[in-house]
Design a protein around this ligand. Structure first.
Ligand code: CO8
Length: 266
């Protein structure tokens, strides 16, 4: 077979302190086949094992028409209920790996982010998008429901009422509405501006203590959906851990000495 020669469906490029992860299956609008989910898991494991001075990760879809148009529908047609559940678990494991990465991950959406594609974007820290983008959970059109975190993360971001409306109707949001409801934090004219803007954000993040950014992410992710008392304890533990870092000593000393900090990520 030509399998050994097939181009990778997920590519990882490191450019300075930015990693760019590209889902590259444009003919299927980057749909999340089991192969794509495995490849994403591999890349995330590689980033976790070797963060190598990175300040942030951009997640993008190849081809200019879609971020990701959902789970691969053709791969789901013949699944048994248990296999369907395994597909959902497979997706959730990727979301968990994104959330466990101590680096900000920006979903850079240019085109469709539907179903599992929106859910993948929601597992990232925030979403930047071009004017050509559309967002939705169309699973009910297929007799399905969101299975990769849509019922969990979408209501947290846009509120439960709008999440229900979107999940029950399957209707798509354009970028204007997506930005208005807080799903998209920044809009860009085109893909080039999107990637440049996301890189600038990683640059800004990279000026800060990587230890602190990683701790903030840990606390924010851990606290999502937990009661105030639990979230408060997580924050206190994270705050304690910040005092364990050299970066915190350096950052505070630099402020008091009126100089720029020299963070090491330790
Ligand atoms: N899966 C497989 N193939 C797809 C998918 C998909 N989700 N989306 C598009 N494609 C393929 C099309 O079949 C087509 O292939 P071909 O050229 O071989 O016919 C190609 O991509 C181009 O698509 P279209 O011709 O349909 O392009 P249009 O511009 O006419 O339409 C749309 C674009 C509106 C995005 C349309 O393709 C569409 O509606 N796609 C399906 C969107 C959808 O329903 N997504 C939800 C899927 S279910 C889901 O995501 C459940 C998540 C839970 C799973 C948990 C683990 C991940």
């Amino acid at each position: 077979t030509s399998e050994g020669l097939a181009a990778p469906v997920v590519r990882l490029e490191r450019d300075g302190r930015t990693a760019v992860v590209t889902i590259d299956r444009p003919k299927a609008l980057n749909a999340l086949s089991p192969e794509v989910l495995d490849a994403l898991a591999d890349v995330l494991a590689e980033l976790a094992a070797e963060p190598g001075g990175l300040a942030g990760v951009l997640l993008v879809g190849a081809g200019g028409r879609a971020f990701v148009a959902g789970a691969d529908i053709s791969a789901m047609a013949e699944l048994t209920p248990d296999e369907g559940a395994q597909t959902a678990e497979h997706g959730h494991a990727v979301a968990a790996a994104i959330e466990a990465l101590p680096l900000p991950v920006i979903a850079c959406v240019d085109g469709y982010a539907l179903g599992g594609g929106l859910e993948l974007a929601l597992a990232c820290d925030f979403i930047y998008a071009t004017e050509a983008s559309h967002f939705g959970q169309p699973e009910v059109h297929l007799g399905l429901i969101p299975g990769f975190g849509g019922t969990v993360r979408l209501p947290r971001v846009v509120g439960p009422a709008l999440a229900k409306e979107l999940i029950y109707t399957g209707r798509q949001l354009d970028v204007e509405e997506a930005a208005r409801v807080g799903l998209v934090t920044r809009r860009f004219d085109d893909r080039e501006a999107l990637l440049a803007g996301a890189r600038e954000t990683v640059e800004l993040i990279g000026r800060n203590a990587a230890t602190a950014v990683g701790l903030a992410k840990r606390v924010l992710v851990g606290a999502a959906g937990t009661p105030t008392a639990t979230a408060t304890l997580l924050e206190i533990e994270g705050f304690r851990d910040a005092f364990r870092t050299e970066d915190m000593r350096e950052g505070v000393a630099a402020f008091l000495e009126k100089r720029d900090p020299d963070f090491t990520g330790r």
